[in-house]
Ligand binder design. Sequence first.
Ligand SMILES: NC(=O)c1ccc[n+]([C@@H]2O[C@H](COP(=O)([O-])OP(=O)(O)OC[C@H]3O[C@@H](n4cnc5c(N)ncnc54)[C@H](OP(=O)(O)O)[C@@H]3O)[C@@H](O)[C@H]2O)c1
Length: 250
Amino acid sequence: MSTRPYHAAIFGATSAICIETLRAMAREKTTKLLLIGRHPGRLESVANDLRSRGAECTTLVADFLDPKTNWLQILTDNAQSDPWDLLLIAHGSLPDQDTTLRDPESLAAELHINFTSPAVIAAACAQILVKQNHGTLAVFGSVAGDRGRGSNFIYGSAKAGIDTFLAGMRHQFSQHRKIKIVTLKPGMTDTPMTSHLPKGPLFSSAEAVGTQSWRAIQSAPPVAYLPGWWKFIMTLIRILPSSLLHRTKL
Ligand SMILES: NC(=O)c1ccc[n+]([C@@H]2O[C@H](COP(=O)([O-])OP(=O)(O)OC[C@H]3O[C@@H](n4cnc5c(N)ncnc54)[C@H](OP(=O)(O)O)[C@@H]3O)[C@@H](O)[C@H]2O)c1
């Protein structure tokens, strides 16, 4: 049996949910991680935290909004001859809906960071996994992508886009049985992204969602609601007639 460490590259490694996912991973496995993000200081601090938990970490500063970045090359160059076991895409941004709608530049940037960038990176990741004939691609979508709602359809439509993109890739690569493509769909989670929102009973902690994300990455269903009861809530929201939905502030 192979004794090599579990090898993962993480895009948006400074995300609170992602940090907890990696901590849960490091509790169970010997890990070798490539942490990718935009802020060297924050990346190094996450790397140090994970090193103190036994993980081997390197960091890479990259611009997720630069369409010229060659992700395939980056993943190939940093593989160091070990196959990737996991490619995890976690970056995202929750914009203020009303101000963003009035500002075309911000609107385009939000759609870019929440859809275009993860989709472009996911496409490169899939090429790597197909070439290796091994590994899991996991991407953070959101329950917000399950139905367009007045309160957050900029973010929600980008997350719906990535959900559909991944569903299509799963279909395209369905003959490659050793490759898994997982859409992780957290519900409302207490992280810096939601720090401005009042917290209610539907909120989960980053630690709980991160631990569940790690479980989902291992079992690799096509779509994982985190926590699982969000699947039930979103089924209800999806079947709610528009005539009723439009009377709410959802
Ligand atoms: N929190 C929730 O309620 C919730 C619910 C459903 C889905 N999600 C999804 O789960 C994932 C993780 O979210 P989180 O709650 O852990 O968020 P978070 O702690 O706020 O982290 C957001 C991550 O995205 C990165 N990021 C944001 N804008 C960026 C930009 N323009 N360029 C490069 N990187 C950028 C941040 O990098 P810096 O550290 O450099 O800022 C950070 O790594 C996201 O995809 C999010 O959409 C979250």
